[in-house]
Write a protein of this length. Structure first.
Length: 164
């Protein structure tokens, strides 16, 4: 659904499982840090709001959105997290670089979801300009970080339920 039709921070809190026993990894791109810092803040606050303990949240930074896949893989291999949230922002420029980065990170995160037994959450903004990014990082369309955190909680709960 188009973001203009749905606020990224709007959800039914009653539909979100308790996250108090869950462990999360968050990988944050340093590129476009004004945006990715806001995405991270939204994700972290939302996880804690739903019961995740700060000591059960491992955060790492990577240079750019393209590196999210490698950082997420390293986090999954070297920690015992139940899900990894990938947060980044790619803003279209004048060259095809935007297309290659967006395609690479999207395919990379999809591949991680197939390869590992935990969910990897796509919290990457792919926008045409800075204003669109700001609108989706706590602005008029909410915060993609909030949405990514809720998705992570729900996917961990689903994974645990199906294992039983």
């Amino acid at each position: 659904m188009a973001t203009s039709l749905k606020n990224l921070s709007s959800y039914d809190a009653n539909s979100v499982p308790a996250a108090n026993k869950m462990k999360f990894g968050i990988v944050v791109s340093e590129w476009n840090s004004a945006i990715t810092d806001a995405l991270y803040k939204g994700a972290l606050e939302t996880l804690i709001k739903h019961g995740a303990k700060e000591e059960n949240i491992v955060t790492i930074g990577v240079p750019g959105s393209f590196e999210l896949t490698a950082g997420a893989r390293m986090l999954a291999k070297n920690t015992d997290v139940d899900a990894v949230i990938c947060l980044g922002c790619v803003i279209q420029g004048d060259t095809p670089h935007f297309d290659y980065v967006c395609q690479g990170v999207t395919q990379g995160i999809a591949h991680l979801n197939v390869k590992y037994k935990i969910p990897f959450i796509y919290g990457v903004l792919t926008t045409l300009n800075q204003e669109q990014a700001e609108d989706r990082a706590g602005g008029k369309h909410g915060n993609k970080g909030d949405e990514a955190a809720i998705t992570a909680i729900k996917m961990v709960e689903l994974n645990c339920r199906l294992k039983k």
